[in-house]
Write a protein that binds this ligand. Structure first.
Ligand SMILES: Cc1ncc(COP(=O)(O)O)c(C=O)c1O
Length: 407
């Protein structure tokens, strides 16, 4: 049942800060201080007779994620590039990916000099499986880097069936889906290898950081050596047996991108609270979603059956607006204290960009993606907002939408 949306003149402006994360918990602060006191910040310089904090984090994250191997590294983008290198992607090889994602994704493909082939996205902001089938048929035996952009999970079972038909290796970009599940399986556990980010706006916050997880022992060994393990790979926390390294250790280049013990200490402490925080995000997301669902103008994406998303942001479309109307909508929301991002902006702004601004990628005709992005908005949901704040923001968005006509 839907209620009548609250009118704008009966609402107050919102004063929260959309870029404000929670402080790190005390146990993270103490753990970081303990590392600083030792002076042993490098992952291969642990306190004697002990495992480094990075190695302990890798073991803990591998267990939490449900994969055999985990590499902690410098960033999510670095994890993706490392996954592609470890898979043996060569210059000029095709790597398919969603057209709706953020610049670090095509950037990681470019960093290995591969050729990005962009796949259309649906109205529900996930990879279009029909377009994927067409492109997989045109590029069999290649790689798909599926980006679970803004937490929207595609039907991964259907996607894996198509990938298997065309011998496509699937890399999952889980920068926005740490902890999300589909029919009870964690995102990242469908494909061959998964990449996560712990950059400051993600589900765990170490400023910068990332993970690569997989069950493929040889790929894990290559990724570890690639990350800059010197010949110290035996000191990793969730690594394959030493003999797996024998065949690859001298042929695999060192492209340094290690994590240090300081970041690992703050992440290890946050891992304890991750499940609780994922629930807190969803409570906030659901409150904002309920308020926006009252609009008869705004369109919210529908999740695939069986998906549990992690709502650290929310997206909706304003399909009745042209570009100028979208600008006015954002400006009016801003006057009421609500920061929106708009994916239809022809010029990339802050964190958002779209495929036409990635000039290093061969231009693509993606009419459906373009029509979706043209009126797509994005709002952050930091945990510093209460559930009531999120209802308030959703009410303001809904009420402002009711006042913006396409003139
Ligand atoms: C969808 C997506 N994938 C990958 C990344 C890369 O993560 P990082 O910033 O840690 O390199 C980001 C970062 O914003 C992202 O939004």
């Amino acid at each position: 049942m839907t209620n009548a949306p609250t009118a704008l003149d009966s609402l107050t402006a919102f004063s929260g800060d959309f870029t404000q994360q929670e402080a790190l918990p005390d146990n993270a602060i103490h753990a970081v201080t303990d590392v600083l006191r030792t002076g042993r910040l490098h992952r291969y310089n642990p306190v004697p007779e002990s495992q480094s904090v990075v190695s302990r984090l890798e073991a803990a994250y591998a267990q939490w994620q449900g994969q055999n191997y985990c590499l902690a590294c410098a960033s999510g983008g670095y994890a993706i590039a490392t996954a592609l290198r470890a898979l043996g992607v060569q210059p000029g090889d095709v790597v398919m990916t969603n057209a709706f994602t953020l610049a670090p994704v095509p950037g990681a493909i470019q960093s290995v000099n591969a050729q990005a082939v962009l796949v259309e996205v649906t109205d529900d902001l996930v990879l279009d499986l029909d377009d994927f089938t067409t492109k997989a048929a045109a590029h069999p035996n290649t790689v798909l880097l599926v980006s679970h952009m803004r937490g929207h999970l595609v039907d991964m079972r259907a996607l894996m069936a198509i990938a298997n038909d065309f011998n496509i290796t699937v890399v999952e970009d889980c920068a926005h889906t740490m902890g999300a599940t589909l029919h009870g399986t964690r995102s990242g556990n469908f494909g061959h290898v998964a990449c996560f980010s712990t950059q400051t706006y993600k589900h765990m916050n170490s400023g910068e950081g990332g993970f690569l997880t997989t069950n493929d022992a040889e790929l894990a060994a290559r990724a570890i050596v690639l990350s800059g393990s010197y010949m110290l790979y035996e000191r990793h926390g969730a690594a394959p047996a030493p003999d797996v390294f024998d065949a690859i250790r001298l042929e695999t280049p060192n492209c340094s991108g290690r994590m240090d013990n300081v970041r690992a200490a703050m992440l290890l402490a946050q891992l304890d609270e991750l499940d609780t925080n994922l629930t807190r995000w969803n409570e906030r997301h659901d409150a904002m979603h309920r308020a926006i669902a009252e609009s008869n103008r705004l369109v919210l994406p529908t999740a695939v059956d069986g998906a549990l998303r992690i709502g650290s942001s929310l997206q909706f479309r304003a399909p009745w607006l042209d570009a100028e109307g979208c600008e006015r909508f954002m400006a009016r929301c801003s006057e009421w204290g609500v920061d929106l991002k708009w994916f239809g902006n022809p010029d990339p702004v802050a964190f958002t960009s779209q495929h036409r601004s990635w000039h290093y990628v061969k231009p693509h005709e993606l009419p459906h993606t373009d029509s979706v992005l043209a009126t797509l908005f994005d709002v952050r949901i930091p945990l510093t907002f209460s559930v009531e704040d999120c209802t308030h923001v959703g009410q303001l968005i809904t009420a402002v939408a009711a006042t913006i006509d396409d003139e």
